[in-house]
Design a protein around this ligand. Structure first.
Ligand code: NDP
Length: 248
């Protein structure tokens, strides 16, 4: 195990499961102190205890990324426990696939408010610290931010939006030496598909994941650890990672 990130503090949103959980473990294994943000307290408290037991620093902060006041409170907890932040991983997200004409307005709002507005709110809160640290912002977009498909139109809109915002932000933050890194995973075996409310579409998505040999969350976490571990002159702007068996 290297300690490439020793002395750095990372905030990871959506750290209670899947890619966020694996990323917290990977960054901690590289020596970073990690702040775990999510809504499920038990999950992030358990993970913080597990990471602390390995000798790394970790703190759990319960927050809904849609709630700016909750994110501000989380930032205070992070500052008191771990000091200034150097790395922000905007990972929290939901994928509530449905045909557009099903009119699932509440699910559209949840996706937009979590995948897009939530990222903006969290980034705004931590940006002054990231600028002071010449730090890193890692945004977890998706292959769905490059391609489109039926039943995915609103999810596609959030991820295309996230990818576009990331690249514009990267240009804005060049003078501040803040790296903005977009990660675009293909199918990864996590809880993401469990929340799809349409039984037929959920089963179809899960069948697709099985058929392409979905990645493990640790595969994405390793790429994130690699990117933020690069020397400051190296900016891995965009990382597209599909399972070997996934075409589109
Ligand atoms: P999971 O469902 O396992 O993880 C999603 C995480 O987001 C959970 O920790 C959840 O925590 C958190 N989250 C959801 N809503 C909120 C909220 N309002 N406030 C705070 N946290 C929230 O799925 P993945 O690990 O797969 O997803 C992580 C990211 O990766 C997402 O952005 C997803 O779009 C993206 N992605 C995933 C792919 C895949 O195939 N799995 C492919 C491409 C991209 P809690 O419920 O405790 O709040």
């Amino acid at each position: 195990m290297g300690k490439n990130l020793a002395g750095r503090t990372a905030v990871i949103t959506g750290a209670s499961s899947g890619i966020g959980e694996a990323t917290a473990r990977a960054l901690a294994a590289e020596g970073a102190a990690v702040a775990l943000l999510a809504r499920r307290a038990e999950r992030i408290e358990g993970l913080a205890a597990e990471i602390t037991a390995t000798g790394s620093k970790a703190v759990a902060c319960v927050a809904d990324v849609q709630d700016r006041d909750a994110v501000l409170r989380a930032a205070e907890i992070v500052g008191a426990a771990l000091g200034p932040v150097h790395i922000l991983v905007n990972n929290a997200g939901v994928m509530l696939l449905s045909p557009f004409d099903a009119g699932k307005v509440d699910e559209w709002r949840r996706m937009i408010d979590t995948n897009l507005t939530g990222v903006l709110l969290v980034s705004d809160v931590f940006l002054p610290q990231l600028v002071a640290a010449q730090g890193d912002i890692v945004n977890i977009s998706s292959v769905a931010g490059r391609t489109t498909g039926p039943n995915s139109s609103v999810y596609n809109a959030t991820k295309w939006g996230l990818t576009a915002w990331s690249d514009a932000l990267r240009k804005e933050l060049i003078q501040a030496s803040v790296r903005v890194i977009v990660v675009e995973p293909g199918a990864v075996a996590t809880e993401l598909t469990d929340h799809i409310s349409d039984d037929h579409i959920r089963e179809g998505a899960q069948g697709f994941y099985d058929s392409v040999g979905a990645l493990q969350a640790e595969d994405i976490a390793a790429a994130i650890a690699f990117a933020v571990g690069q020397p400051q002159r190296v900016s891995l702007n965009e990382i597209l990672i599909r399972p070997t068996g996934q075409a589109g």
